[in-house]
Write a protein that binds this ligand. Structure first.
Ligand code: FA5
Length: 364
């Protein structure tokens, strides 16, 4: 490794030799530098104020030079200083250049690679029908109301004119929340069996005229089969005003069914029973699969039952403080999955809950 020699001879030839030796050492050392640390060491070795090679040259060559040679030695030392500084700067620049090149290489982004495809989500077919039906009723001036899924016995049954122990309760068996034996029966909580309790909650809050639809999830102790599910959705409708008649109910439901299934669809009203409507009806539409000729989904009858409806029973008005002499109204409750089955020609209700992507993709 190069060390600065003491000069005995200050002749121009001797100075030339010493300078040349120093410069070739500078050249050799700078060529061997590979990393940032070596680059820093190189700078310190040559340029550190304390004991760097330039400082040593200053001390051993210039300061020790006899008077007559001082001028020339000074000029040479200055020229050397400039060369060393230039070399160190060049090495440093080269290092930072190759560092940023390496950084660029490491961070290269290949924009020709195919991107990650994230498929769009779509609304579940049951929600699609639900929203479509809400749109139909909103256009007729109805507003949307919602109620709790965990409901009290009072709203789910009692205020809808199902007295305790009435046999009509058996058709809507459900899950009751545990450990409520100490509570009065009307306060006991259960999973609602229909959206009809929202009728009561709406009438408690609003004065007639009332036009609301109430979409939501309901629960029943029904064994799953092709048309039954223990959890399903309903849309309830309620209209209360002066002079509302059964003809209004028929016209409203016919319009809704035609909006959903097209103008050719026919509706048919069968007498039925619900404790909270009088008279009551079950409503069927002509089978959209066979056009009414008879097929498996309509059990060869040509008709498919979709909803229950009727004129609001005056006893129900009694529970919410409406005057039955002054007001009348109709109500209906539809099974949304059954509507979706008809609309999309799905022959098994369980498909909606299967989560099978092959089934669901058809509605995208
Ligand atoms: C009722 O739930 C009444 N609350 C409807 C009503 C409202 C009548 C207002 C009068 C006035 P029902 O139990 O029939 O009625 O059920 C209504 C509809 O829900 C049925 O026509 C059917 O489309 C659907 N539905 C009933 N049970 C199930 C089930 N387990 N799975 C899927 N859909 C069902």
């Amino acid at each position: 490794m190069y060390t600065v020699p003491k000069l005995e001879d200050y002749s121009p030839e001797a100075l030339d030799r010493a300078t040349q030796e120093l410069l070739s050492a500078l050249e050799q050392e700078s060529a061997a530098i590979t990393g940032a640390k070596a680059c820093e060491d190189f700078r310190n070795r040559w340029m550190a104020r304390k004991n760097g090679i330039l400082t040593q040259v200053n001390d051993t060559w210039l300061k020790a030079a006899p008077g007559p040679s001082k001028r020339e030695v000074g000029q040479r030392v200055n020229a050397l200083k400039q060369k060393v500084e230039e070399r160190v700067a060049a090495v440093e620049e080269q290092m930072s250049g190759s560092a940023s090149e390496a950084k660029l290489k490491a961070e290269t982004l290949d924009i020709t690679l195919p991107g990650i495809q994230r498929p769009y989500g779509v609304k579940h077919p049951v929600l699609q029908v639900l929203d479509e039906l809400i749109g139909v009723f909103v256009k007729m001036g109805y507003s949307v109301a919602e109620g709790p899924e965990v409901e009290s016995d009072y709203y789910n049954f009692e205020a809808l004119n199902f007295p305790p122990n009435h046999p009509a309760r058996d058709t809507q068996d459900t899950l009751f929340i545990a450990n409520q034996e100490r509570r009065p029966q009307r306060d006991r909580l259960l999973l609602r069996t229909h959206t009809s309790p929202v009728q009561i909650r709406s009438m408690e809050q609003l004065k007639p005229p009332v036009r609301v639809i109430c979409p939501g999830k309901v629960h029943r102790n029904d064994a799953p089969d092709a048309t039954h599910s223990p959890v399903f959705h309903q849309i309830e409708g309620l209209c209360v005003d002066t002079n509302i008649t059964f003809a209004d109910l028929k016209g409203t439901l016919e319009h809704a069914m035609k909006s959903l299934f097209g103008n050719d669809v026919k509706t048919r009203f069968f007498p039925s029973f619900f404790p909270f409507t009088e008279p009551s009806a079950d409503i069927a539409i002509s089978c959209p699969f066979c056009g009414g000729k008879g097929c498996r989904p309509c059990k060869q009858s040509g008709w498919i039952e979709l909803l229950g409806a009727g004129m609001v029973d005056p006893n129900v008005f009694g529970f919410v403080g409406y005057d039955p002499q002054k007001f009348s109204g109709f109500a209906f409750g539809m099974g949304v999955e059954r509507l979706a089955m008809m609309k999309y020609e799905v022959d098994d209700i369980q498909q909606f809950f299967s989560g099978d992507m092959r089934f669901l993709r058809q509605f995208a």
